[in-house]
Design a protein around this ligand. Structure first.
Ligand code: RP5
Length: 181
């Protein structure tokens, strides 16, 4: 295919989309072992009706794929990239270096250092190349932050976010009511 055509594994998804829809958010991760954490971002995007794509791109094991993904994503219409990785987590920062898009980094907790290795690898970016880093394993917040970014240009997401925030408030108030009963 041409340079701006998505690989087959990158067909946009969301509950109410067909395969021709352009993904607004690209979710990438260093390994399929990151999927149990990263799927929370996909669940949020499903909930908000955001077309997204999801795939594995490894900075260390598939460096050329990382370069082409990062260089092509904006040309294919992707607006925000969510990148998750564990350990020596170079993927989010390298993708931010190669792409003009906002990159949200998700530090994925590994087995040896409680995710601190990944957190510090992702958050300590040099001036000039930002990565918006969420908490360790908090792919939910990465999804929500992506929705807020899309809200800048698409007010349906602002409306949906206001409702989501209301639902969080209701949830807490219900618990308070039960506690105080
Ligand atoms: C990182 O190494 C990946 O993002 C993953 O979190 C970690 C381990 O990968 P696997 O050895 O499980 O494939 O690059």
């Amino acid at each position: 295919g041409s340079a701006t055509t998505a690989p087959k594994s990158l067909a946009a998804r969301s509950s109410d989309s067909n395969a021709d829809v352009t993904a607004a958010v690209g979710i990438i991760m260093g390994s399929d072992s990151d999927l149990p954490v990263m799927k929370a971002a996909a669940e949020i995007l499903e909930e908000f009706g955001v077309p997204y794509e999801l795939t594995v791109v490894s900075a260390h094991r598939t460096p050329e794929r990382m370069v082409s993904y990062a260089q092509q994503a904006y040309k294919r219409g992707v607006k925000v990239i969510i990148a998750g990785a564990g350990g020596a987590a170079h993927l989010p920062g390298m993708v931010a270096a190669l792409s003009p898009l906002p990159v949200i980094g998700v530090p994925v907790k590994g087995s040896s250092t409680d995710g601190m290795d990944s957190l510090l690898s992702i958050v300590q970016m040099p001036r000039g190349i930002p990565v918006a880093t969420v908490a360790i394993n908090n792919a939910t917040n990465a999804g929500l932050l992506a929705v807020r970014m899309l809200g800048v240009a698409d007010s349906q997401y602002i409306e949906k976010m206001l409702k989501y925030q209301d639902s969080l408030k209701d949830m807490v108030l219900e618990k308070v009511e039960k506690l105080e009963r």
